[in-house]
Design a protein around this ligand. Structure first.
Ligand code: C5P
Length: 234
């Protein structure tokens, strides 16, 4: 629906994060950012004011989207929290499509790590990153709708339902990665959208741009319904 999101502020995260080990090496993942960028574009098409926090990808910025480029999970955390806290401009929806690293090196080596003669293994100490999505969902200025993604290789529904509850989300979009032609680097995808009270909807298989449109239609419906209910209760 054209302009279904007029007057709404939507914050989207997309892409991978890169966790630097030393000046030349990093830990990354295979996220292309395509899904998150398509979501940002679909939100603009529906009239929203959209901010896209993007990990290191070389995709063009969708027309009308404000983009903030970051590299690491820590930088993505800072950028997302700053957007949530903008005074007098609350976010209506947060869509966490980024594949944020779960772990980052405990320490950054200022100079390139060297191979040591006689040592066949290297142990990297990793520490957990902060869970941006879970923090958004419990933030004092929580958006009305918080949507997460779950990329799983197996037991998709069970893991996704677990994340929906644990991270206090409104919706979670699960996709199976590592099998077939859909998922991380592909132009196509299939999303299973799960919500509370048994809500379940399959989007696709279709192009990521098409899926993003259908997901944004779902999100718009929820925001509109919620606003009507709140106004009625006033
Ligand atoms: O727990 P898992 O990493 O599989 O959860 C995926 C979801 O959580 C995605 O929506 C991702 O953007 C978000 N996430 C996050 N911060 C992290 C890890 C994941 O926001 N440190």
């Amino acid at each position: 629906m054209i302009n279904a999101l007029a007057g709404c502020r939507v914050l989207v995260s997309a892409g991978p994060t890169f966790e630097d080990i030393d000046p030349v090496r990093f830990l990354g993942n295979r996220s292309s950012g395509k899904m998150g960028f398509a979501i940002a574009a679909a939100a603009v098409e529906r009239g929203a004011q959209v901010c896209l926090v993007a990990g290191p990808v070389s995709l063009p910025t969708p027309v009308g989207v404000t983009r903030i480029d970051v590299r690491s999970a820590a930088q993505m955390h800072t950028a997302v929290m700053a957007q949530l806290s903008i005074e007098h401009s609350p976010c209506d929806a947060y869509i966490g499509a980024a594949a944020v690293a779960d772990f980052t090196p405990q320490a950054f080596a200022g100079s390139k790590l060297k191979k040591m003669p006689g040592e066949d293994t290297l142990t990297l100490e990793l520490v957990k990153t902060r869970d941006i999505l879970a923090e958004v969902a419990t933030h004092a200025q929580r958006p009305r709708l918080v949507v997460g993604f779950a990329a799983e290789t197996d037991d998709v529904v069970a893991y996704a339902r677990g994340k929906l509850q644990r991270k206090r989300l409104d919706l979670i979009c699960a996709n199976r990665v590592g099998v077939g032609a859909t998922g991380f680097e592909s132009d196509d995808n299939t999303l299973l959208v799960l919500g509370h009270e048994g809500f379940q909807r399959t989007l696709g298989p279709a192009a990521k741009t098409e899926i993003a449109g259908r997901l944004l239609d779902l999100i718009s419906e929820r925001l509109i319904t919620e606003r009507l209910v709140t106004e009625r209760l006033r």
